[in-house]
Design a protein around this ligand. Structure first.
Ligand SMILES: C[S@@+](CC[C@H](N)C(=O)[O-])C[C@H]1O[C@@H](n2cnc3c(N)ncnc32)[C@H](O)[C@@H]1O
Length: 307
């Protein structure tokens, strides 16, 4: 087994087993990881293209569109952007990751890049600045999010959301579905289907790569396909980071079996992984997939709940 990726996995697995492991992981992420530097500009562009554009294409505006997000995470960038664009958002996560200092850092950074949103029709820079100022005066996470017009609930059971059936224009997730075990994922997607209104959209950005391997230049982004399920679940998956390793055809079948119609689908193929597959042995459970399906490391899908 190559070293660096496994070291990272081992640290996270060990943290997941000790008391206060979540808190320790947060400190490590803040010092060395994803929370060390909060960048906003690139994510704003991505959110405009992948999440705002399909809504604008369908309704011509984001103002007053009712949105539910699942998987808020540590940096609630998606609901913040959608709310600054005028949407009414509710966001739910199975774990309460939001911390006041990170939300404040995100908003402060966002203030510097708001101009990016001026390309969206109907967006008022002045209103957004005012909203951000008001939010930055808040003290606790729920208060700050509330001032932005976002309802945040965590921990929440995303298979049984406190949201009426057929009531949301849009349901969304960003970098979440690959972290949900296959034993739960169908129930979560059925719940999103239940609350999305007929004619409404469900938009998801899903990463399919091995997040442990991403920082190890010796292995490819699909390194995890070399390990059998029992090994992966026992020695790598943990309550801090879980990766279901499913490939994109699994998701497409699932969306359609639940009743969603696929309106738009974009996938990202990793060339290095694709080439590596000519002499890489993937485990039995993934041999039913083509090389292209195996080496696809992410996708965005726009689904519609039929009327
Ligand atoms: C990688 S983070 C993504 C966070 C955020 N959406 C973003 O764009 O940065 C994945 C998040 O999904 C959450 N999550 C995992 N399983 C979930 C589930 N069944 N329902 C809701 N959220 C879940 C995790 O707690 C974590 O906050």
């Amino acid at each position: 087994m190559e070293g660096r990726w496994y070291l990272k996995a081992l640290i996270q697995k060990s943290l997941s087993l000790v008391p206060r492991g979540y808190a320790l992981n947060f400190l490590l992420q803040k010092r060395y990881g994803e929370l060390r530097e909060i960048t906003v500009a690139d994510k704003l562009e991505e959110i405009i293209e992948l999440f705002a554009a399909p809504v604008l294409r369908k309704w011509g505006t984001i103002s007053d569109i009712e949105i539910v997000e699942i998987g808020t995470g540590w940096i609630p960038i998606l609901p913040i952007v959608l709310s600054l664009l005028g949407a009414r958002c509710k966001t739910f996560d199975i774990a309460k990751h939001l911390k006041t200092e990170i939300v404040i850092r995100t908003l402060t950074e966002m203030r510097r890049h708001l101009v990016i949103l001026t390309e969206i029709s109907g967006f008022s820079l002045r209103d957004a600045e005012r909203k951000l100022e008001k939010a930055l005066e808040g003290s606790k996470v729920e208060d700050i999010m509330g001032r932005l017009g976002i309802y945040y609930l965590a921990p929440a059971d995303t298979t049984d959301l406190p949201v009426a059936s057929d009531s949301r224009d849009v349901t969304v997730s960003r970098l979440v579905l690959a972290h949900i075990p296959p034993s739960i994922l169908p129930a979560v997607l059925k719940e999103l289907y239940r609350i999305t209104r007929p004619g409404g959209l469900s938009i998801h950005r899903v990463n399919l790569h091995d997040e442990y391997a991403a920082s190890d230049p010796k292995v490819t982004l699909i390194n995890f396909l070399k390990y059998p399920g029992w090994f992966w679940d026992r020695f790598v998956n943990n309550r801090i980071k879980y990766l279901n390793r499913a490939r994109y055809p699994y998701y497409l079948d699932l969306f359609e079996s639940i009743g969603f119609r696929i309106v738009d689908f974009h996938k990202t193929l990793d060339k290095r992984s694709y080439e590596a597959l000519s002499n890489m042995r993937v485990v039995k459970e993934f041999r039913c997939y083509s090389r292209e399906e195996l080496a696809t490391v992410g996708f965005t899908v726009v689904l519609e709940k039929p009327r």
